[in-house]
Write a protein that binds this ligand. Structure first.
Ligand SMILES: O=C[C@H](O)COP(=O)(O)O
Length: 252
């Protein structure tokens, strides 16, 4: 791959999913100690850890929020609660939420609106399944998800898009550079049409089996502005290995 310089500040986001108990604080401390200059780092931790992990030198985010700010919704957590606990961002519409909890694009858009209301950055996830990829529908699926999941009143300032092909999540498989570049290009064009010149500031993350070994190649692709990292975010050394690649590509 060429040594392209990333044009927006790289955003390297860990998604711990349903992993992490008290001792995970040591990983946050290690990330804080080893964070390279340049990229913005964020760890989206389980809700139970957000308060404990915030204010330790690494920004902490949530993994989901309810569209409403409060009310009779047993077991749910609002965007305001995440912010109150110390979160600065929240993932919405992750494919695991869409699949496990039947979340529709409309639900995802309502959650992204809630994030904005609470002053959080919304990391809105889109991505095709393997069947959709194999049938040639990937670009249409992603465009349709963007149409439905990015709220009409979204602001560029609180919006991040994550492209995560479902078939690449936790599988060790990744799309090739041309495939990633094609989808990110479509997302960039969609953002331009929706947000105009402001869209230049919106970061588009790639997620799905990103690791220190493949991060440099993926992060060098045009319109890849960072990563949404699952498994490799659980160990500080792996997460920092990816952040180091982003820092290298960010330096002119
Ligand atoms: O949110 C993160 C993604 O689902 C990627 O997970 P992974 O890096 O374990 O494939």
């Amino acid at each position: 791959m060429g040594e392209a310089v990333m044009s927006r500040r790289a955003f390297i986001v860990g998604n711990w999913k349903m992993n992490g108990l008290g001792p995970a604080g040591a990983e946050i401390d290690a990330i804080s100690a080893g964070a390279p200059d340049g990229p913005e780092l964020l760890i989206c931790a389980p809700a139970t850890l957000i308060h404990r992990l915030s204010r330790r030198g690494v920004a902490i985010g949530g993994q989901d929020c309810h569209p409403k700010s409060s009310g009779a919704h047993t077991g749910d957590i609002s965007a305001e609660m995440l912010a109150d606990a110390g979160a600065t961002a929240v993932i919405v519409g992750h494919s695991e939420r869409r699949a496990d909890h039947g979340e529709t694009d409309e639900t995802v858009a309502a959650k992204a609106q809630a994030a904005r209301r609470a002053g959080l950055t919304a990391i809105i996830c889109v991505g095709e399944t393997e069947v959709e990829r194999d049938s040639g529908a990937a670009l249409d699926v992603v465009a349709r998800q963007l149409d439905g999941s990015v709220p009409a009143d979204a602001s560029a300032a609180n919006t991040v898009i994550a492209y995560e092909p479902v078939w690449a999540i936790g599988t060790g498989r990744t799309p090739n550079a041309a495939q990633i570049g094609e989808v990110h290009g479509v997302i960039r064009d969609w953002l331009k049409a929706r947000f105009g010149a402001e869209s230049d500031t919106i970061r588009i993350l790639y997620g799905g089996s990103m690791k220190p070994a493949n991060a440099a190649e993926i992060l060098a692709i045009a319109d890849v502005d960072g990563g949404l990292i699952g498994g490799a975010s659980l160990k500080a050394s792996d997460f920092l290995g990816i952040a180091a690649q982003a820092a290298r590509l960010s330096s002119p």
